[in-house]
Design a binder for this molecule. Structure first.
Ligand code: NAD
Ligand code: TYD
Length: 340
């Protein structure tokens, strides 16, 4: 079994590669990643020399390159994590989000049609459903909630989801989609709330909280997301969407306070800043379908996952310090220069 994992030098993709190499030691994993600012080749250092692993620096929008790789590798499964993933950046500069998240998805699926594939899996997000009001805790996103996006990021992900479903209906491409809530855990890029808060707190820097910090996210430990995708690509029904979430809703301000407590840092570091434009209030997933069809349940409780995550950042300064200083860009060149 050969699996192409796109975006594997990023946060969730790298965790997925580690999970798959452990859970399915007989599989061949081919990671393709453009190595944008969010991709970090050093994350994959531990698997780089494994004979069952191959890394290829490639843009998923590069039709010729993607075709060539598919011809060489004849993959059975493609799991597409590659994306521009940061909402704030999409507000500043939407163009690259449309390019990678929509055109890149279509390019990959065209190669899947051309070379044949057992499964194309699209890693999507609960943000395609828009947001829920704070005063209706009874409401959750189900797979039939209409798509109703807020940001250029979520709109580009919704556009990709619609294309994936269209390729299934029009061409019979065997697809599945997972729509997951906010992930946290090791290798999370320090521009996102949890790693940014940990790293700033360690340096006694201000902890920026948007608006009043009342926005709610449904946090899931990254390994639980990886296990869900593993189940879906093997046992999920073709043409179906699966919501993935942990029934773990937390307000941003409470997350930031918890991290302060965990690190023994004062809450006075918290700095309320101007709100994000179009800021979604609340995300909350109903994961009934993946539980009843595939038996998936989150295994890591937030109280344990956040302690593990804080500990990981304390123990792995060598991973994030070069990111914060910008040195990790040189690492790409050094590492990649040898592999051309
Ligand atoms: P990330 O930003 O950490 O990683 C994205 C990776 O994709 C990087 O390695 C980057 O180099 C690569 N990439 C970007 N553009 C590319 C291109 N054109 N060609 C090839 N590679 C490219 O993102 P993440 O947080 O790991 O998210 C992975 C996927 O999961 C995304 O599709 C995202 O929408 C989805 N998702 C993320 C979350 C979350 O909480 N982080 C939640 C639900 C869904
Ligand atoms: P983020 O990690 O960017 O994920 P997403 O926007 O995909 O949910 O942000 C999580 C929440 O934290 C979101 O409500 C925005 C907020 N936030 C802050 O308050 N301060 C920050 O510095 C960041 C990056 C995010």
């Amino acid at each position: 079994m050969t699996i192409i994992v796109t975006g594997g030098a990023g946060f969730i993709g790298s965790n997925f590669i580690f999970h798959m190499m452990k859970a399915h030691p007989d599989y061949r994993i081919v990671c393709i990643d453009k190595l944008t600012y969010a991709g970090n080749l050093s994350t994959l250092e531990s698997v780089m020399d494994d004979p069952d692993f191959r890394f290829v620096r490639l843009d998923i929008c590069d039709r010729e390159g993607v075709d060539k790789l598919f011809a060489e590798e004849k993959p059975d499964i493609v799991v597409n994590f590659a994306a521009e993933s940061h909402v704030d950046r999409s507000i500043e500069d939407p163009g690259v989000f449309l390019q990678t998240n929509i055109i890149g998805t279509a390019t990959l699926m065209d190669a899947c049609r051309k070379y044949g594939i057992k499964r194309y899996h699209q890693v999507s997000t609960d943000e395609v459903y828009g947001d829920l009001p704070l005063d209706r805790p009874d409401l959750f996103f189900t797979e039939s909630t209409p798509l109703h996006t807020s940001s250029p990021y979520s709109s580009s992900k919704a556009g990709a989801d619609l294309l994936v479903l269209a390729y299934h209906r029009t061409y019979g491409l065997p697809v599945t989609i997972s729509r997951c809530s906010n992930n946290y855990g090791p290798y999370h890029f320090p521009e996102k709330l949890i790693p940014l808060t940990i790293i700033n707190a360690l340096a006694d820097k201000p902890l920026p909280v948007y608006g009043k910090g009342e926005n709610v996210r449904d946090w899931l430990y990254v390994e639980d997301h990886c296990k869900a995708i593993d189940l879906i690509i093997h046992n999920g029904r073709v043409g179906e969407v699966y919501n993935v979430g942990g029934h773990n809703e937390m307000r941003n301000i409470d997350i930031v306070k918890l991290i302060c407590k965990e690190l023994g840092k004062p809450e006075s570091l918290i700095t309320f800043v101007a709100d994000r434009k179009g800021h979604d209030m609340r995300y909350a997933i109903d994961p009934t379908k993946i539980h009843s069809e595939l038996g998936w349940l989150p295994e890591t409780k937030f109280a344990d996952g956040i302690v593990k995550t804080v500990r990981w950042y304390l123990d792995n300064r060598s991973w994030w310090e070069p990111i914060v200083s910008g040195e990790y860009r040189d690492y790409y060149e050094k590492m990649y220069g040898n592999r051309k």
